[in-house]
Design a protein around this ligand. Structure first.
Ligand SMILES: [Zn+2]
Length: 375
């Protein structure tokens, strides 16, 4: 019971302070700090690799791009309708309709989805090596990740789906309540089913069936199931239901990452203590890892992945995390041999409004009504 109250209070704290902190973060301080080396993926190693693999795929020598999304706004009137979270939704999310316009552009621009786990190898002694990437000729690799796919309590009734479920065909779908109050199972309530259906129509948008990386916290459960709350009457049932969804996701090209357990504000300011980070990590290991399975990917809450040699980074490495995903638009990718850091570009309202030009390599922001300002 005490744990549940603590987690609840923590949730309130995180939500209430998220806006100020996110603005601080996205204003660029951290981005500048973590983006000082560009394009580490295309390095000299590739000069010594065969130009083609046995399947005729071509050695890829350019950047591997990585972009991320939060849950999609299905009903903008509800999301933007002057609730407490409206500013956050405007800045850090985009609408379902916009996402559906972006996907065909990514495809048209010859991007192909790759699984982040195929970009590197972890040896038995923990050494990380970058793996050569062979792709169909002309294709450019793209990792897509989804942050905070938890359907937090604060989002209920604000124009988002409520959870991922299996539809009547056994495929992952979205459960959503319409503005009229009708509960529906849909295939266009968030990124997962939309991307699944898009790849089904365009299989060459995905390399070997890869879809995306799902980064989950744990403090309000995952994927819309309150797996954190032992007091919840539906807890045992939720564990079974979420296991079915996760199993289907993993068998259809999705993989999982830790996004910390608490997403607490102290991550964003870099003030979280090693002790608190340990507690947070242990909680994620206890409640979330048994559900989503093994992963060595840590998607930093607020983009926080700590500096190399920071005891907190070293601790996470000692706990098996090898791929650290921050936030930045520079295709930063660097192998530190005990871990790799890969930055991700944010596709959200703030980026579209402030620096849409930076999204031009992916899609033309003017299709969403955002006019690029000359650099
Ligand atoms: Zn997050």
């Amino acid at each position: 019971m005490i744990k549940s109250i603590k987690v609840y209070l923590l949730g309130i704290l995180v939500i209430s302070s998220a806006l100020a902190v996110l603005i601080l973060f996205v204003s660029g301080k951290e981005r500048i700090l973590i983006s000082y080396v560009k394009n580490q993926y295309a390095n000299v190693e590739s000069a010594f690799m065969p130009a083609k693999d046995v399947n005729g795929n071509v050695l890829y020598k350019g950047d591997v791009r990585h972009i991320f999304f939060h849950s999609l706004i299905v009903y903008p009137d509800l999301a933007y309708g002057n609730n407490k979270m409206t500013r956050i939704y405007k800045d850090y999310m985009i609408t379902r309709d916009d996402f559906e316009k972006i996907l065909p552009e990514l495809y048209k621009n010859n991007f192909i989805l790759v699984d982040i786990n195929t970009l590197y190898n972890v040896d038995k002694d923990g050494t990380v090596t970058k793996k050569p990437l062979y792709l169909p000729a002309g294709k450019k690799p793209l990792v897509i990740s989804l942050d905070d796919l938890s359907y937090y309590y604060s989002m209920a009734g604000n124009g988002f789906a409520d959870k991922l479920v299996l539809d009547e065909n056994g495929n992952v779908a979205t459960e959503i309540v319409t503005p009229e109050g009708k509960k529906e199972v849909t295939r266009d309530g968030d990124v997962v089913p939309i991307l699944d259906d898009f790849v089904a129509l365009h299989p060459d948008f995905s390399f070997q069936g890869a879809k995306g990386l799902i980064a989950v916290t744990g403090y309000e459960g995952i994927l819309g199931y309150r797996t954190d709350s032992l007091e919840s009457a539906t807890h045992p049932e939720d564990l079974v239901l979420v296991a079915g969804v996760i199993s289907k996701l993993k068998s259809t090209g999705w993989s999982f990452a830790s996004h910390s357990y608490s997403h607490r504000t102290a991550f964003s300011t870099g003030t979280i203590s090693l002790k608190d980070l340990k507690k947070d990590t242990e909680q994620w290991d206890k409640e979330v890892r048994p559900l989503v399975g093994e992963t060595n990917v840590f998607v930093g809450p607020f983009g926080q992945i700590f500096s190399p040699n920071d005891p907190r980074r070293n601790y996470l490495i000692s706990q098996g995390f090898k791929m650290f995903c921050g936030v930045g638009m520079d295709q930063y990718f660097r192998n530190f041999t005990d871990s790799i850091v890969m930055d991700r570009g944010d596709v959200d309202g703030y980026r579209l409004a402030k620096t849409p030009n930076l999204l031009k390599p992916y899609f033309d922001p003017s299709i969403l009504g955002f006019v690029s300002i000359a650099k």
